[in-house]
Design a protein around this ligand. Structure first.
Ligand SMILES: Nc1nc2c(ncn2[C@@H]2O[C@H](COP(=O)(O)OP(=O)(O)OP(=O)(O)O)[C@@H](O)[C@H]2O)c(=O)[nH]1
Ligand SMILES: [Zn+2]
Length: 364
């Protein structure tokens, strides 16, 4: 089919049963998510609107139990009248805490094999942001690959050398490329084979659209040239979309994940800080906060110049964010959220841009 549907003997656990329950349905993949429904593809370059499951339209429905881009669903009905009748169990997820006062989880993409963490080797380079992306990705079963763009114009981005050492230590693949050149982006082909699904994450301007265009060999995505005429003037990618790549894989392009709040479910040790956690195990006190305790192995390592102070500070910052998010999650699970009045019926094909409209990038 070309959109990543696995061979029958490779079906993930739980698929067989769901598929057997819906003998008349056909598989499709979610390519866009809107407030009013979905766009799905049954084959390459297909795009059909599909009505969501009635359950997903209830205000109490958890955002993570609704389909997201990349999800496999079963559909029924003819073109123009498609209905989603089932959601197949997920292989992997990328989620984050949504912006706003009330804690909410938001699924960014599902069933992704590899995430390209796209960062420019220019003034925008920020290793702390890379660590944050790794934290979000690693808990969900997605393989991160750090893609450093603008290699052609890079002049010693501050911190890049230390960042490369940190990533190498954790066996995280890194590729430096010129996103505008086909020969250069070929370094990413190993992750783009048939049946694979790849997602691009990274802040606005990092080069995601440029990379996508070069990999496609044509201009499918709008790039920054459009930006001047964009009223909001912030990002040029307007919809999450699933694109069939000539290399065989499917690529999901998401709007720059501007606000990256942990969900509270991530584990620091399974993410980008395994080395720091290993050191922390040597602190004198088991519950050391690494603030001013005697015998703190982390403070000592910083003192000796063996632990980068910026990395240490980011570790503490993300630790506190995680604890805060986990606490909100716990209180929220303990008492069900108030039920709001159901929203007015949205007009068809309404854009979901507003989901991103109020966010800002801490790092820009
Ligand atoms: N010289 C050079 N320029 C690049 C490279 N990658 C991206 N650019 C330029 O950087 C600018 C921003 O790139 P985009 O591809 O629009 O960035 P983006 O990540 O898609 O941004 P959003 O769509 O806003 O999320 C454009 O002017 C690109 O031409 C690169 O490897 N080398
Ligand atoms: Zn300590």
């Amino acid at each position: 089919m070309g959109i990543g549907w696995p061979a029958r003997d490779a079906w993930p656990a739980g698929w067989e049963a769901v598929i057997a329950e819906q003998p008349a349905a056909r598989p499709a993949r979610v390519t866009e998510q809107h407030r009013s429904g979905y766009v799905v593809a049954e084959s390459i370059d297909d795009a059909q609107s599909a009505e969501s499951l009635p359950d997903w339209q209830r205000p109490r429905c958890e955002p993570t139990s609704r389909a997201a881009v990349g999800d496999w669903v079963l559909v029924e009905g003819e073109a123009g009248k498609l209905r989603i009748v089932a959601l197949l169990p997920r292989i992997s997820v990328i989620k984050r805490a949504a912006a706003g006062e009330h804690y909410k989880q938001q699924l960014i993409a599902a069933n992704v094999d590899t995430a390209f963490v796209v960062t420019g080797l220019d003034a925008d380079f920020n290793v702390r942001r890379i660590e944050r992306y790794l934290l979000l990705l690693k808990g969900g079963g997605v393989e991160p690959v750090v893609v450093l763009t603008k290699q052609d114009i890079a002049n010693d981005a501050p911190g890049a050398v230390a960042a490369l050492a940190m990533l190498a230590e954790q066996d995280i693949p890194v590729r430096s490329i010129n996103a505008r050149e086909a020969d250069s982006v070929a370094a990413l082909h190993p992750w783009l084979g048939p049946g694979k699904t790849v997602v691009l994450v990274g802040s606005s301007g990092a080069g995601k659209s440029t990379l996508t265009n070069t990999l496609l060999g044509r201009s499918k995505m709008k790039t920054a040239a459009v930006r001047e005429s964009d009223a909001r003037g912030r990002h040029t990618t307007t919809h999450r979309a699933l694109i069939a790549m000539p290399q065989g894989a499917c690529l999901i392009d998401t709007p720059g994940m501007r606000e990256l709040k942990p969900t509270g479910e991530e584990q620091l040790d399974e993410a980008a800080f395994a080395d720091v956690e290993a050191l922390a195990a040597q602190c004198r006190f088991r519950d050391c906060r690494h603030e001013n305790e005697p015998g703190c192995a982390l403070l000592a390592a910083v003192e000796r110049g063996e632990l980068d102070p910026g990395r240490f500070a980011n570790y503490l910052k993300l630790r506190d964010e995680l604890a805060a998010a986990a606490q909100v999650l716990e209180t929220r699970l303990a008492k069900p959220a108030e039920v709001k009045k159901p929203p007015k019926r949205p007009s068809p094909r309404q854009s979901d841009d507003d989901d991103y409209g109020d966010e800002y990038d801490h790092f820009r």
